[in-house]
Design a protein around this ligand. Structure first.
Ligand SMILES: Cc1ncc(COP(=O)(O)O)c(C=O)c1O
Length: 398
């Protein structure tokens, strides 16, 4: 993949500002924005009218579901589209919970983003469902033995991430799904953080529900969910009565979808396909990750890296801080120098931040449009800023 050619498709990358904030939301190629405008020009209005603009929208809606299905590795009638991952997850968890009783159990993990924890905690509040938490090892990999210990005859769901948005650790979805199924529970997967980096085959992975968010993989602000067909058929949806009942997943899409964003979603899949799909980007992302880790290891005075120390078992999302240097101060100084890096206390990964206690840290998230040159410039800036702050900290100490 010719990364310079790829970058020229993003107006926002032309300023020279280096975006290392992909986990918060990626930049978007121009063609995705163009698709929004084209949709409004050619096909505004709504579905169901006997003329061309409306038929174009119907085709668009079908196409968006077909393309999302190819992304998940499922069929189009198993795809639910919605506002974002969080909204979709509140909808689907509440819908599924119509089959739960007080005392039924849900296992979540310490690796999860709160988007796959809070919906279950709210159900616990409303209907007496019990939420248990599976632990992680010290290296931030999921502790499967502890997860197995949390399972019981009352477990109905195991909710877990495909990859952790805080430290980038990848979870073996098939292994967790197998444990869940042995216990008679559903495997409920948050794929928001893995989706920009790894191709999905939700059926081979044995997942029952998988959610992701297109603004994390170069697309519009739109949530996508896969639900296994037999499961979706077994749920009673919250829907208005005249809304069609087929295809089955569409029963969980309330009201009118944002058609212009569906057009953007299709353009985003076209963009990824034009590069050869996510697998074609893996080698470049791996090179970037290796370079980042090598740079970090060579930093004078050292750095604290939370999570796995190599690119094995992770995506290129790195959580780091530096002794004696406030991370918030560092991210602000980096922004002034042209580097987009977030600093935060938990990154919505409340379970892991409690367990590991990094205080505040920088999350440096790489994706395919980043370059080795950007990483080397980041390294120079970090070395300079960290050294300067350590010097001024030492000078101000009595
Ligand atoms: C791992 C993970 N899950 C869930 C979410 C929530 O996604 P959304 O913003 O689409 O609701 C995020 C957002 O950052 C995330 O990183």
């Amino acid at each position: 993949v010719d990364i310079e050619a790829v970058r020229s498709r993003f107006s926002s990358l032309s300023s020279g500002f280096a975006f290392f904030d992909a986990p918060g939301g990626t930049q978007v190629p121009d063609e995705v924005g163009t698709a929004v405008v084209r949709c409004y020009r050619q096909a505004s209005g709504n579905l169901g009218a006997p003329y061309a603009t409306s038929r174009r929208l119907e085709e668009l809606v079908a196409d968006a579901h077909r393309r999302a299905a190819a992304f998940f590795g499922c069929t189009a009638d198993e795809v639910v589209l919605g506002a974002n991952m969080t909204s979709l997850n509140f909808t689907l968890t509440r819908t599924m919970a119509r089959q739960l009783s007080a005392g039924d159990e849900v296992v979540v993990t310490r690796l999860d983003h709160d988007g796959n924890v809070a919906p279950w905690l709210e159900l616990a509040e409303d209907s007496g469902v019990v939420v248990r938490v599976a632990d992680v090892h010290a290296d931030t990999t999921l502790d499967l033995d502890d997860l197995a210990r949390q399972l019981s005859p009352r477990t109905r769901v195991v909710a877990f991430p495909w990859a952790a948005n805080s430290v980038g650790t990848v979870v073996d979805v098939a292994a967790v799904a197998a444990l869940a199924h042995e216990a008679g529970a559903l495997a409920w997967v948050d794929a928001v953080h893995s989706a920009p980096h790894q191709a999905m085959d939700v059926v081979a992975a044995g997942a029952d529900v998988v959610l992701c968010s297109a603004y994390k993989f170069y697309g519009p602000h739109l949530g996508l969910a896969y639900g296994r067909r037999e499961l979706l058929e077994s749920w009673r949806p919250y829907k208005v009565r005249p809304q069609p009942t087929t295809p089955v997943a569409r029963r969980f899409e309330t009201g009118t979808l944002p058609h212009e964003l569906l057009a953007a979603l299709v353009a985003c899949f076209d963009y990824l396909d034009s590069l050869g799909g996510l697998p074609a980007l893996a080698a470049h992302e791996r090179r970037l990750g290796d370079r980042f880790l090598a740079n970090l290891a060579s930093m004078p005075g050292g750095a604290n890296l939370y999570g796995l120390a190599s690119m094995e078992g992770r995506v290129p999302t790195f959580l780091v801080n530096f002794d004696g240097v406030p991370s918030g101060d560092l991210s602000a100084a980096l922004a002034e120098r042209g580097f987009g890096v977030w600093s935060h206390g938990h990154f919505y990964a409340l379970g892991l931040s409690e367990r590991i206690g990094w205080g505040e840290a920088l999350r440096i998230g790489l994706c395919h449009y980043n370059t080795l040159d950007e990483l080397d410039r980041l390294q120079d800036a970090l070395c300079e800023l960290v050294a300067a702050r350590r010097r001024s900290g030492a000078a101000s100490r009595p």
